[in-house]
Design a protein around this ligand. Structure first.
Ligand SMILES: [Zn+2]
Length: 139
């Protein structure tokens, strides 16, 4: 069993989708994002909210970018955020990199400050309290 949720709460996911139009683009290709939505814990909601806000700002400045840009996958990998898109420019990729780096310091479970660490072979980005809970559950 995987401890950290690998699916964002549907309510939070919908909240993001309703806020950012580019997250709602109708894409026919079977990308993970189309099939599974946001595949990471709720703790990164605020991080994603911030990132999407900045991306939307960039899209509003550049019609070509806005036309070609869509999300192909949002997930957790090695306890870090991964945000994959169809297209981008330097600024957008910088923003994504920044958010991915920040995710290593944010509890994937609850959003509190956290440390990226390996516990019994599992990479986790959890705050102290969530890590304790994790240890209890895996005893
Ligand atoms: Zn936590």
């Amino acid at each position: 069993m995987q401890y950290t949720q690998n699916q964002m709460n549907k309510k939070l996911e919908d909240k993001l989708k309703n806020k950012y139009k580019f997250l709602k683009r109708k894409i026919k290709a079977p990308y993970s994002y189309v099939l599974f939505g946001i595949e990471c814990g709720d703790g990164w909601y605020k991080l994603l909210d911030g990132l999407c806000g900045k991306i939307e700002k960039e899209l509003s400045k550049d019609g070509k970018l806005a036309k070609k840009f869509y999300v192909t996958q949002i997930k957790e990998k090695f306890a870090g955020l991964r945000f994959y898109t169809s297209y981008g420019n330097d600024k957008v990729f910088d923003l994504i990199n920044e958010a991915e780096n920040d995710s290593f310091n944010i509890c994937e479970n609850c959003g509190k400050p956290a440390k990226h660490q390996t516990v019994k072979g599992w990479m986790l980005t959890l705050c102290k309290a969530c890590l304790e809970k994790h240890k209890q559950e895996r005893k």
